[in-house]
Design a protein around this ligand. Sequence first.
Ligand SMILES: [Zn+2]
Length: 297
Amino acid sequence: MPVSAPPGPRSRATRALYLIPLLALLATGCASASGAEPDADPTAAIPLPGPDDGSSDEGSPGTAGAGDGAHEPVGDGPLHDRVVVIDPGHNGGNAEASSEINRLVPAGPQQKACDTVGAETGSGYPEHLFNWELSLLVKERLEADGATVILTREDDEGVGPCINERAEIGNEADADAALSIHADGGPETGRGFHVIVPGEVEGYTEEIVEPSRELAEDLRREYREGTDIPYADYLAQDGLDERTDLGGLNMSTVPKVFLEAGNMRNPEDAALLEDPQWQERAANSIARALAVYLLRE
Ligand SMILES: [Zn+2]
């Protein structure tokens, strides 16, 4: 099927916006991006610990990677000792590599396919590319505030990595938080986003259920505030869905959630997902959610 041109490369002027430090966004409640009055944004009231309040090492052992010395801080911002893994779902080469991505890999108590191809909008904008572009925007924002950000793939042309390897990247990095970015391929009539949290899977997810839910709630709130996409109306509950069958969550030892950023098959959602300016706003909200979560730890 012919694939229409995806949103093109962003201009330099737009790119400069990436460098607005998150702290400024946090302080203003992201009002400039959402168009809301600062006082009207309830998220502006979230109490944020200062970067130097010394509480960063009090998280539960095994989940807080901050301060373990494994990573060189990349900046002086408030997130300078935090490590975040961003996992752009799927990959551009998956569709041409069915035997590779269909092989079974450990996914918890069961095995699942290494990876899948992903969804696309009615105009042919593929999910793997959306995931990749949004992940880069989030990465730039977090790095502007000093976080170390690791992506699970290096471009949008390759195959995989497999779901268990994506989880392993977060584990190896001892990430403070990991986020898989996806968009759904739901029914055309259904719209909205949801955040997937790990349910308890004995021997796998016990340690991450609670912190992952906190992360999910931060993400659900900020994403709902910062985008025009409502909670999904065709699955999940109030934008949250607990799953015990996803290898990317079951194999993670660090707090991790999936964002299903919208329904690519729904024309209203698709129009937003394809819009580079909307993507900037979405990235603001996602980065903000991660910063709020990381600064609370
Ligand atoms: Zn996906």
